[in-house]
Design a protein around this ligand. Structure first.
Ligand SMILES: C[S@@+](CC[C@H](N)C(=O)[O-])C[C@H]1O[C@@H](n2cnc3c(N)ncnc32)[C@H](O)[C@@H]1O
Length: 253
């Protein structure tokens, strides 16, 4: 478990939205991340990428379960915090970069973990990159938001801070998605694309990966571990909430 004083010190220069997010990410300790990663089979892998690591809570948990972990995020402030909290974890390296253009050769990683990031990106491009850097037989985990999550933001307005208005965020996601799906215009920084289970499954398959599982966030469990605790709801007013995917790259021909 990361010392809460180190987390508080790392939050010093963050704005209200990021400071709250950082506090939430580390508040419940590491066990809930370890059990989720074990449930989706991200343990005992030699070389893993945490794609869009944010403040690094999943990266630190991955470093406990896997041989080597590289964490990448395109937000310099988050990279700074993740770097500070990774000090003393020698098998974790944190670097700045975009998951739409990863600075790694083809077939580098045994596993790519991408939690709550893909919807901020040019989804097609990012999925191509995540698939490219996976080794044959490598595993891809993705967690992303459906329409219900944005409707929940618009109606219920969760996690509001001085510099974050969930209603504007949710409405903006609907507009951004329409532009991306109809015209191919990718989201600008901080805007989101709605990702339905059906569409993202199709995109993962179109990159040559086999979808091993798709369902509500927290529902996938391999290794007979039993379903772990989810962080989000499956549905909001009957609409898809937060979902997860586990996929595998086939063996080389
Ligand atoms: C909701 S946070 C999730 C972070 C972390 N995976 C977690 O579960 O806490 C989304 C993260 O995606 C990062 N991000 C957005 N677009 C990105 C891109 N193109 N490449 C890398 N990171 C990106 C943001 O900077 C942010 O840290």
């Amino acid at each position: 478990m990361i010392d809460p004083e180190r987390v508080a010190a790392a939050a010093r220069d963050l704005g209200p939205r990021d400071a709250q997010f950082l506090a939430r990410a580390y508040a419940g300790g590491t066990d809930r991340y370890l059990s989720r990663l074990s449930a989706v089979g991200f343990m005992g892998l030699d070389n893993v990428l945490d794609a869009g690591c944010g403040f690094g809570q999943w990266s630190l948990a991955l470093a406990r379960l896997c041989g080597r972990v590289t964490a990448v995020d395109d937000d310099p402030a988050r990279v700074g915090v993740a770097l500070a909290l990774a000090a003393g974890t020698p098998n974790l390296s944190v670097r700045h970069g975009s998951i739409e253009a990863l600075p790694f050769p083809d077939a580098t990683f045994d596993g790519v973990f991408c939690y709550s990031v893909i919807y901020y990106t040019d989804v097609r491009r990012a999925l191509r990159e995540l698939s490219r850097v996976l080794k044959p037989r490598g595993a891809l985990y993705v967690c992303s938001n459906g329409l219900g999550w944005y409707v929940y933001n618009i109606i219920a307005g969760p996690n509001r801070t001085q510099n974050f208005d969930p209603r504007t965020y949710g409405l903006n996601a609907l507009w951004t998605s329409a532009r991306y799906r109809a015209l191919g215009i990718p989201p600008r920084h901080g805007a989101s694309v709605v990702t339905s289970r059906r569409w993202l499954s199709h995109l993962i398959r179109s990159n040559g990966l086999e979808v091993l599982g798709v369902g509500p966030e927290g529902s996938i469990h391999v290794n007979g571990t039993g379903a772990p605790q989810p962080f989000f709801r499956d549905r909001y007013w009957g609409l898809e909430g937060v979902s997860e995917w586990l996929a595998r790259k086939p063996s080389a021909a």
